[in-house]
Design a protein around this ligand. Structure first.
Ligand code: DSN
Length: 423
């Protein structure tokens, strides 16, 4: 028991459930001994983790601050209001809904707010294999099952978004929503350009900012909020908060979004996670966070340059964000083999399709790497050059045990210099 609030009690967990405790200890040890290059992962601060592990977990609070369906909401109203107001302040938003349990739920709420299922309403969105997300129209996701998507692609030469082509598609198909913001697109997105197209065809502009929203908060990437009707984002990627999501929108859409989140898509909000979102948003206003955001982007650029020096082709020729998409064909290794080889030396990353990938999705030609995790730990350009060198070694000779063992030692040395949850 702490003096003012009851948060996680590790000894109680160990006594009550040694098996789960062992799994959690194993995960912490994995985090401490592995280099985290998965672009969508990060390390939430001890303060964020404490808010998640608080007794706010116990409270039902269906509804919104000041208008709940349960009594006893005075304190969760305080933290949920803080999360809302901080979101509005950090991103200059008119309205914020901080209740979505995850990015997928936030995105489905946008469909619920603006589209009729199984109708002719169309959404113009980036093709999945070019960097779009599962919830942006995949046929195995409710988005693709219930709504009509018109996919756009990146340019085959530059691998950049081609706004002229997107405009042509918008004029041809007259979508109700144009969706920008992706899961594997490394460059800056021209939000004013998307706004102009949306205005020309009378569409809503929706930005899924999940990947880069922390960079926006830290001033290292353009802010989509002034340009979009609605912006969804997860809180646990570059924003470094708890798992979950937030929707911000223009005031005119506030009622539709709030109704779509609750009661259309969700029931009781996860108030402990909402409190943790408020903590993360407070952290996002600090100079330390701005430094982290800037370091994330310059580290990603250093990683891209280092990988290019190793003979790996960088999709679109570089990055303006936290992630790098790499085409491994010059090294004659597939993305899946690369993921496994890297895991073997203590580097976590993910296989990824590249635009116009000649290989099937299960065996794509590329990998996606990101720097939010390393930047949170304090790593910078020199460390990313070192990482690029290790990746080059192991990906050129994944079956050579001497190479693997040397790379494993170099990774161990690197992660030991930047400890995880050390204090
Ligand atoms: N799984 C996330 C990612 O890795 O990009 C998106 O949901």
């Amino acid at each position: 028991m702490t003096r003012d609030g009851f948060v996680a009690d590790w000894e109680a967990l160990r006594r009550t459930d040694p098996e789960v405790a062992a799994a959690i200890a194993g995960e912490l040890n994995r985090e401490r001994t592995t280099l985290r290059l998965i672009a969508s992962e990060n390390y939430a601060s001890p303060a964020v983790l404490a808010a998640m592990a608080s007794t706010m977990n116990n409270k039902y609070a269906e509804g919104y601050p000041g208008r709940r369906y349960y009594g006893g909401c005075e304190f969760v109203d305080v933290s949920e209001t803080l999360a809302i107001e901080r979101t509005k302040q950090v991103f200059g938003a008119e309205h914020a809904n901080v209740q979505p349990h995850a990015g997928a739920q936030a995105n489905i709420a946008v469909f619920g707010a603006f589209l009729r299922p199984l109708s002719d309403d169309k959404v113009l969105a980036l093709k999945l294999s070019h960097g779009g997300h599962l919830t942006h129209g995949s046929p195995v996701n409710v988005s693709g099952m219930w709504f009509t998507f018109v996919p756009y692609e990146v340019d085959p030469e530059t691998e950049l978004l081609d706004l002229d082509r997107i405009r042509d598609l918008a004029l041809e198909h007259r979508p109700k929503i144009i969706l920008a913001g992706f899961t594997a697109y490394p460059r800056v997105i021209d939000f004013p350009g998307f706004r102009r197209i949306a205005d020309e065809v009378g569409a809503l502009l929706w930005v899924d900012a999940s990947h880069f929203i922390g960079l926006v908060a830290g001033g290292a990437y353009p802010n989509p909020v002034p340009h979009a009707d609605v912006v969804t984002f997860t809180t646990h990627k570059t924003l470094r908060g708890p798992r979950g999501a937030i929707i911000v929108c223009r005031e005119e859409h506030a009622k539709a979004i709030d109704r779509a989140v609750f009661p259309m898509m969700q029931g009781g909000p996860l108030e402990n996670l909402i409190a943790a979102k408020a903590v993360a948003l407070r952290e996002a206003t600090t100079p330390e966070f701005a430094d982290y955001a800037a370091r994330t982007v310059r580290s990603a650029r250093a990683l891209a340059e280092g990988l290019a020096d190793e003979g790996i082709r960088i999709v679109s020729g570089g990055t303006d964000s936290h992630l790098v998409l790499a085409d491994l064909r010059p090294l004659s290794i597939g993305g899946a083999e690369a993921e496994a080889a890297c895991e073997g030396v203590g580097i976590a990353l993910n296989k990824n399709a590249i635009p116009f990938d000649p290989s099937p999705p299960a065996k794509p030609s590329g990998i996606r790497v990101g720097t939010p995790g390393p930047a949170t730990l304090g790593m910078d350009e020199p460390e990313m050059k070192e990482v690029a060198g290790i990746l080059g070694e192991v990906l050129r000779r994944p079956d050579d045990e001497r190479v693997r063992s040397a790379c494993r030692a170099r990774v161990s040395d690197l992660v030991a210099r930047f400890p995880v949850y050390a204090g």
